[in-house]
Design a protein around this ligand. Sequence first.
Ligand code: FMN
Length: 310
Amino acid sequence: MSAGLEVPEGAGIATPLTRQLGIRTPIICGPLYPCSNPELVAAVSRAGGIGIVQPISLTYVHGHEFRAGLRLIRELSGGRPYGFNALIEASSRTYMDRMRRWVDLALEEGVRFFITSLGNPRWVVDAVTPHGGIVYHDVTELKWGAKGRDGGAHGLIAVNRRAGGHTGSRTPQQLFDELAPLGLPVVCAGGIATGAEMAQALGIGYVGVQLGTRFIATPECRAADVYKQAIVRAEEDDIVLTERISGVPVSVIGTPYIRRLGTKVGPFARWMFKGRKTKHWMRTFYGLRSLWQLKRSSLDETGEKESGPW
Ligand SMILES: Cc1cc2nc3c(=O)[nH]c(=O)nc-3n(C[C@H](O)[C@H](O)[C@H](O)COP(=O)(O)O)c2cc1C
């Protein structure tokens, strides 16, 4: 792997996370829509961390039949463990049925680590625990951490305010202090790109780190080079929060396109997002639109397609 994070065969950093998952070093390559191609997921697992499958990225963006894609990852990783991202927000019945089927297939293919995002992780916990599965739930604050713990999660992924994509509002230290009393192992997600930053997170008390952005800028990721270069060039001040992608604030690189588009949704959309019934239509509309736009932009070598790099 080329992210400067390899651990030589035999070496490793043991934490409760590495022991739970049977891996050598406590680094997760987080689920990345649209950037989680099988080669990236497998490379992280092969190097001793753990890569996570983002199922819509695997099938819709990178064109793999689901089970065949999982088998490819197993082969490329040399049989090392890898994980699966279940986005569990109760939306359409078709989507939830498909997600349940994917979880079952992942279990059949030997996956034993699941990261749940949004919603209550209970059904995933109930499905995977009898098979020895481990579930970590993505959270940004105590309220969601408690919901994850009550839903049976075995650990938490603490998404802080430096995270790429849907971001939190707390610093890594604040979020750890807030979640630690829940008594679950906690992984730090957000703003980590170097060994020193990882060591700092472990020093706070986190059992591991989840990286996203740093892994996009690697040869194993199939994202366009212009996107990777934009990541490498970006400074902290270049990051903006925009509501225009999914309707809720998402942290992105403030490319000329993003700045031209503006970062706020209009008054009508805001009103629709607030209505009890209309908010579900809005989420579906924004969700589908952003799936399509991000697929186009992430593989685009010109860097000109809608949404631009995150
Ligand atoms: C482009 C991009 C796409 C992401 N897609 C997902 C996703 O589909 N599901 C999810 O749970 N997290 C997603 N994340 C969050 C990452 O898994 C990870 O928690 C985050 O990137 C960590 O912050 P970092 O980018 O500063 O390393 C995404 C992040 C980025 C940057």
